[in-house]
Ligand binder design. Structure first.
Ligand SMILES: O=P(O)(O)O[C@H]1O[C@H](CO)[C@@H](O)[C@H]1O
Ligand SMILES: Nc1nc2[nH]cnc2c(=O)[nH]1
Length: 335
């Protein structure tokens, strides 16, 4: 129970009402009990839902990580989140231990086809890694903090770098389906409209109240990935651009695609940004990559409907190329 003082309005008939702005920004009153009336102030005792930006306390995150550690001897240094249709990366992990999300108490579970819901520990490019074969999306009905809590859990497991992969729609007219885009920056559209993943009480043990997000995507990893991709012969399909996150689950209308392009985005998707923000917040190095699985319609005459099946299919087709790129990146990056 918390003691909260709020202002009330008392009208001429002596009827009390609580102005809308009396709600505390950090929580929602549960069954407030009026204990004392003092002129135009009212003291209520109320339980406040803890809406810390984690949703999970620092200790809970540590205990989930401890539980996971009891299933494997691998101590990962790099975490990899597999985007839609990109889970096959996990097949290239050797000496692997697999744990289903549903086996881990309190670990959020993914419901989207192409997102298996498994943590895979093992060696990739000779380095100890943990792969999230399947991620949690906002449009599945989860609050932002739950979408990104696996990143905090991976940090508690000991990782220092996170690689975020996703399937995305191309907005830049020069892009083509099947292109690979190194993420150089992002636009947090939900964040700009009040749904930032870090909204709520901040626990400094996770990171600072006001984190900077310039240079979210590590420049030296971007350069290394570019060099590797060129050596692998991907120059023609390689892009470097800005990813915009939308809430989904609808794919964009023509007008929305045009708007997002006007904002300066090269590709659009429904993930990655909350994970990247939480990763930077807790001091992880971040690398992001988008597979362009479809081109967003920007012309009414040529507009065609994107489907999730098509997204998965392109993921399957490019799986080998992405796997080679990510494996070499992991192999060659310094810890
Ligand atoms: O971002 P990932 O998880 O790769 O998935 C992308 O693909 C799905 C749409 O087909 C959406 O979830 C979108 O965000
Ligand atoms: N929002 C959005 N997400 C995607 N994920 C894969 N393709 C797309 C797309 O065209 N739009």
């Amino acid at each position: 129970m918390h003691k909260v003082v709020i202002n009330v309005i008392i009208d001429f008939d002596g009827i009390l009402s609580v102005p809308n702005d009396a709600m505390p920004i950090s929580g929602v009153y549960k069954q407030p009990v009026i204990t004392k009336l003092k002129r135009r102030e009212i003291v209520v005792m109320a339980g406040i839902d803890d809406m810390s930006s984690s949703g999970y306390s620092f200790d809970e995150v540590q205990s989930i990580a401890e539980n996971i550690k009891s299933h494997t001897k691998i101590q990962p240094k790099i975490g990899i989140v597999c985007g839609s249709g990109l889970g096959d990366l996990a097949n290239h992990v050797t000496n692997s231990d697999t744990i289903c999300y549903s086996q881990i108490p309190k670990f959020p579970v993914s419901t989207v086809p192409g997102h298996d819901g498994k943590l895979v520990f093992g060696l990739l490019g000779g380095k100890p890694v943990v792969l999230m074969r399947g991620r949690i999306h906002y449009y599945e009905g989860h609050p932002m903090w739950r979408v990104a809590v696996p990143v905090r859990i991976m940090k508690a497991l000991g990782i220092t770098t996170v690689i975020l992969t996703n399937a995305a729609g191309g907005l830049n007219p020069e892009y083509k389906t099947g292109d690979i885009m190194i993420i150089k920056d992002h636009i947090d559209l939900p964040g700009l409209t009040g749904e930032c993943v870090l909204i709520g009480k901040n626990d400094e043990r996770f990171g600072p109240r006001f984190p900077a997000t310039v240079n979210t995507y590590d420049q030296s990893l971007q350069d290394l990935a570019k060099t590797i991709a060129e050596k692998l012969g991907y120059a023609k399909i390689l892009r470097q651009g800005t990813y915009v996150m939308v809430g989904g689950p609808t794919f964009e209308t023509v007008a929305e695609s045009r708007l997002l392009r006007l904002f300066g985005a090269d590709a659009v998707g429904m993930s990655t940004v909350p994970e990247a923000i939480v990763a930077r917040h807790c001091g992880l190095r971040v690398f992001g990559i988008s597979l362009i699985t479809d081109m967003c319609p920007q012309d009414y005459n040529v507009s065609r409907a994107t489907t999730h099946e098509e997204v998965l299919l392109v993921g399957e087709r490019r799986a080998k190329d992405l796997q080679k790129l990510v494996t070499s990146l992991v192999e060659q990056m310094n810890d």
